[in-house]
Each structure stands twice: as C-alpha cells, then as structure tokens.
Design a protein around this ligand. Structure first.
Ligand SMILES: Cc1ncc(COP(=O)(O)O)c(C=O)c1O
Length: 508
C-alpha cells in the first residue's frame, strides 16, 4: 500500500530537533517514506512560524543538515479554500489538503488533530502499519546514505573542487585514518577486496608452483586471489561452531610447497589467530587475514587488520564499512611489503613511466576515499547497532529447537557482518519468510570446491563435508545498521510462527 505522507508543524519540529525518542521515531517514518522513493508533504505555515518555535525549544537552532534533509525530500503542498468550521483552522486546512491525495496519512502527535481528522495518525501506529505491510529487505543502504547525505555531498564537492581525482589527499588521509583504526603502521588503498588479497600474495612473492592454505568455507574471492597469482588454494575445513578455519587441521595440510595461510574472518567473527600464527611460525609461513567481512572486529582486544603479516579489506557497498562503489585496502606493519604493494598496484611503478614489474591498476580513487572517510566516523555506532540486533535475535531464538544460532567464541568481538543461522529445513524456512515479505540470503549456496570455476582441482561432493553441510543449512537473516527493532521483532515473530507448525506441516 502506498501512502501520501503529511508532516504537521510539530512533527517537522520534532524531526528538526533530532533529539529524544519521538524524534527518532519520526526519523524512522521519514527514512521509510524516503527510501520508498516518496516525498513527504509539508504543510508548514512559514519559516517565520517554524524558526521562532524551533528556537524556543532548542535555544538556538542550527541543525541545518536536518533542515536540508527535510526540504530535499519534501513537497510544500498548496492548501484548498475552506469554510472554517473547526476551532483550529490550521488543523482543518491540513485535513482538507490531505483529503485531496490518495491514501493520505498526517503524521502528528496533536490530540486535537488525531481526534478530528480521519487521516491523522501518530508515528508509532504508522510504523506498525508499514511494517505489517511493507516487505523487509535484506540490506537497504538508502537510509544509511540518507542519514549521511550532507557530509557525503560535502565530500563529493571537496573532491570535485580539488581537481585531483587519483592518488591525492583524500586517499592519503583515509589511509592514515584506517591504519589508525586498525592499529597498523601502513594502509594502502586499492581497487577492491579481491585485489587487496592478490596484491598481498604478490607482494610476498607467492606465485606459480606455490600452495596457499584457505578455508573450505568462504566466499570464492579468497580462493580466486590465490589462483590469480598462479598458486594453488589448498582448502582446510572450518569448525562447525564458528564457521571459521579450524586451526587444528591446518598443520596436516602443509606441504613443502606451502607458502602462506589465509584466515578469513567470516560473517564478522574473527578466526582463531593465535594457533594459526603459531603453526605458521613453526613452518616459516606467512599469514594473511581476509578481513572483508570484519571491519572493526577484535581478537583478544586487538583489531582485525593487525593480527598477521597483512590483511585485505573489501569496501564493497554492503560491507560493514562500504564505499559507494568498489574499493579495498591492505593493512600491514611491514614497511617493505607496503611499499611493494603500492608499487604493484600502480602499474608496477614507483616513478612515473618507470615500471619495475608487470603490475596492475588497482587504486582506491579519491571520491571513494572521501566517502569512506565520512563513513568510517560512523562505523563504531553502526557495528554497535548490529551487535544489538544480533543479541535480540539470539535471545529470541534461544528456545527454538531446530534453529542453530551463531556461536560467538570467547576471544572474538564480532561485528556481525551477517547474522547466520542454521536450519535443517533452510529452503522451506527461507520460502516461508519470503512469502511473508522478509528477504533472506544464503552465504553461500555452493562452496568454492564445487564451483565450476574450480573443476580443475577435481574435488567432488563429499570432499569437504563440513563446508558442504554449512552451505546446505545456513540462512542469513536481515542485518544491518539500517534496521529497526520493530523490523527485527517482525522477523522474529515470523520465524517463531514457522517453528510453531508441526514439523510435517511446514509445507510453505
Ligand atoms: C570473505 C571475502 N573475501 C574477499 C572478498 C572480495 O571483496 P571485493 O568484492 O571487494 O572484491 C569478499 C567480498 O565479498 C569477501 O566476502
């Protein structure tokens, strides 16, 4: 159902004040309307009315970011001619205007308006209504960017006006800021997460004839990075409890050709790095973190990115820290490696038009760096929101017998890139949720060793049974900083509804 939304004066003021519970509920209404590509209709008498009111409530109003946001997504409505019959003429005008539109709802907290206008509703009721009818997307980045509209536009202007678009000040500053965030000495911005891993491997002189240990349960990019260098990925099974590589199985996979181990921090949870680093030390191997899904996660208090010889990050838009396009980075404490990666990523060149190796073009661009700088400021808050959602899910699913919730190991502070459950009837549950308007995803439906791309390695169904079981049973529920607790409650109640059907009746 599509509504035409009207904000009355007091709703506008609450939105602009941006403080307290009511303001945050109204922001939720605002975001849900704007992300459905609708405009909000404002019937604000005039600036002369609204500013004195704002100033009287807030001392000296200066939240122009909010005002811009409101005006950029609003239409100012014309009011029809009316014969005044209500005691409050402003309310009657609002009601008469709303009446001219399809499915109008006036968002207001005003008791007089709520009792006199059949179009009026308070924001809590409205939110309940839309969550009941509106589908819940798996990941909606629009509200997130909506919230950052002004700083992102300013970042864009900064880059546009600088006249310098590749390897400039924004990249330099982002590299410093992200290195500081990861507590490493170096950060090199690159084109994407796959390149970040590939460049680390090349920087470590890994290539044809070498072997690199990788998890059997990961996104295929981890394996592809190895293959691009000419080396061979050697899979090791994960622990079923954490979904991350099982350190106890790593040593058995080491051969004279092994040069490195890639530990992936899957779904936001850090791999058990101490035993992995210990076995690597023993055999003189390099360790690389694939931190594409774990920006800000910690291992025994230390941030990912600083836990091995080097780490590769992806800033794909859906990641915890995402650009508005493709982007990636390498972090390391090894100055020599950092310099080499910078050179290889820039056509194999340190001095313009002098090429030491056959490099590639994989650079973080100024625009993405400027966006990432703004988004990095929000990462802590966004990760905390993800954690809150995960705790909500965990608590609600504690008594659901068929459903296996994610186990967080004691050493890790997960950043919940994905909330991944396991369920014996995964596909049926996913269909039931889809039919109820809730989007889910599978991370991932086919393990790398069974992908056509890797048929040359001759693995078969059954080669890596734990990874295969995971891929058959996992289901990712919606998760992200855009999500509201109302939406989470809707998802929880639908999962519980599914679970309440007797096993044989779950035919959906
Ligand atoms: C675990 C993992 N590694 C590597 C990558 C590759 O990152 P990108 O898409 O930026 O190339 C991804 C991205 O999805 C990933 O999830």
């Amino acid at each position: 159902m599509k509504y035409t939304i009207f904000f009355d004066t007091s709703t506008c003021i609450q939105f602009l004040l941006d403080e307290g519970d009511l303001s945050s509920k109204i922001s939720e209404v605002f975001n849900s309307v704007v992300s459905s590509e609708n405009k909000i209709h404002l019937i604000i008498p005039t600036y002369e009315t609204i500013f004195p009111l704002l100033n009287s409530k807030n001392g000296d109003f200066n939240n122009f970011e909010r005002l811009n946001q409101l005006l950029a997504n609003s239409k100012i409505s014309n009011t029809p001619l009316i014969t005044p019959t209500w005691t409050n003429i402003e309310h009657q005008l609002l009601d008469a205007t709303a009446h001219l539109y399809k499915n109008p709802i006036i968002i207001t907290q005003d008791e007089d308006l709520l009792s006199n206008s059949k179009h009026a509703d308070n924001c809590i009721n409205f939110l309940k209504k839309i969550y009941h009818y509106q589908s819940i997307s798996f990941l909606d980045l629009k509200p997130l960017h909506q919230e950052l509209r002004l700083p992102l536009r300013q970042a864009f202007e900064r880059v546009l006006n600088s006249g310098w678009y590749i390897l400039g000040n924004e990249v330099k500053l982002f590299e410093q800021e992200f290195a500081c965030y990861c507590r490493t000495e170096h950060c090199i911005g690159v084109g994407n997460g796959l390149d970040a891993l590939q460049l680390i491997l090349r920087g470590l002189d890994i290539g044809t004839g070498d072997e690199v240990i990788v998890p059997s349960n990961t996104y295929i990019a981890t394996w592809l990075a190895v293959s691009y260098t000419g080396a061979t990925p050697v899979p090791v099974e994960p622990k079923l409890s954490s979904y991350n590589i099982n350190p106890a199985l790593v040593e058995k996979a080491i051969t004279p050709k092994t040069k490195a181990i890639i530990a992936v921090h899957l779904y936001g949870q850090v791999a058990d790095m101490d035993p992995i680093n210990a076995v690597a030390n023993k055999h003189d191997l390099k360790v690389i973190e694939d931190a594409a899904q774990a920006h800000g996660a910690k291992y025994k208090g230390r941030p990912v990115g600083s836990l091995a010889d080097a780490a590769g990050f992806s800033f794909y838009p859906g990641k915890n820290l995402g650009a508005i396009g493709d982007a990636g980075a390498v972090t390391t404490n090894n100055a020599e490696l950092a310099e080499k990666i910078r050179m290889v990523a820039n056509y194999g060149s340190k001095i313009k038009y002098q090429h030491e190796v056959k490099g590639l073009n994989s650079r973080l661009d100024e625009l993405q760096a400027s966006f990432l700088r703004e988004k990095l400021k929000k990462l802590k808050q966004w990760n905390a929101h993800r954690k809150q959602i995960a705790e909500y899910y965990n608590k609600a699913f504690i008594d659901v017998s068929d459903l296996i919730t994610p186990k967080v190991e004691s050493w890790t502070d997960s950043v919940w890139h994905a909330y991944v459950i396991r369920h014996p009837q995964r596909d049926r549950l996913a269909k039931f949720l889809a039919d109820s308007g809730i989007a889910t995803m599978i991370h991932y439906p086919i393990p790398p060793h069974l992908q056509l791309a890797y048929q040359d390695l001759n693995y078969l169904e059954g080669s890596f049974p734990i990874a295969e079981q995971i891929h058959k049973e996992v289901l990712s529920l919606p998760m992200g900083p855009h999500m509201t607790i109302n939406q989470i409650e809707t998802i929880i109640s639908k999962v519980q509804e599914y679970e309440s059907f007797p096993l044989l009746d779950r035919k959906h």
